[in-house]
Design a protein around this ligand. Sequence first.
Ligand code: DX5
Ligand code: ZN
Length: 229
Amino acid sequence: MSTPPRELLRGVHVAPSILSADFGRLRGQVEEVLAAGARVIHVDVMDGHFVPPITVGPLVVEALSETVRAAGAMLEAHLMIERPERQVSEFVRAGAHSITFHAEATAHAAYTASLIRESGACVGVAVNPGTPPAALAELADVLDVALCMTVNPGWGGQPFIGRSLEKLPRIRALLGSDTGVEVDGGIDSQTAPPCLRAGASLFVAGSAIFHASDPAEAYAAIVRSLQDG
Ligand code: DX5
Ligand code: ZN
């Protein structure tokens, strides 16, 4: 991998979420966005408990791992599951470079973060729209990325929650400039630029990319919107 995952997470990147991809031709869809320049591929893991839907697990991470690695990109697993500490090693073994768990999903957030760190993966913690940024404060030193949910987790295609723009500066202030601040939910070329100005650096986009007729062009359009500010 040319740029190490930790460095990638410190940069400004659009991270395509495969949740909205066509799973019948998943590798091909990922190859399209990799060819367009994507370097962070976002995999949404849901357990039917923390959020109602059930999606995918380590097998899908493993299936994409070689393709993503070969392109010099990284796989980020966004765990919307209860008791994430029980699953860390499986996702690392499958090839996840970064693991993001929800602050609301475990009573042992610091322990979970240390398990991820010891496994060699990057550490991410996510907060739901109703969770205050303070939930991240005690973990600030160990985080590579803080994920601010900009919709309620569980489904693609929901509208961006405008109040997130007031929350992002508070998250950025807690973490300083060396940590990635990621937004996830309702991100497209309209909503990404104000999030960038509010302190976000990583932009997860699912339906805006994979429901478009040309996912590569849709990815590039969000990148351009960030460059234009
Ligand atoms: C939702 C997931 C998102 C989802 C976003 O809970 O965490 O990553 O793919 O989908 P869009 O970009 O369609 O809002
Ligand atoms: Zn996600």
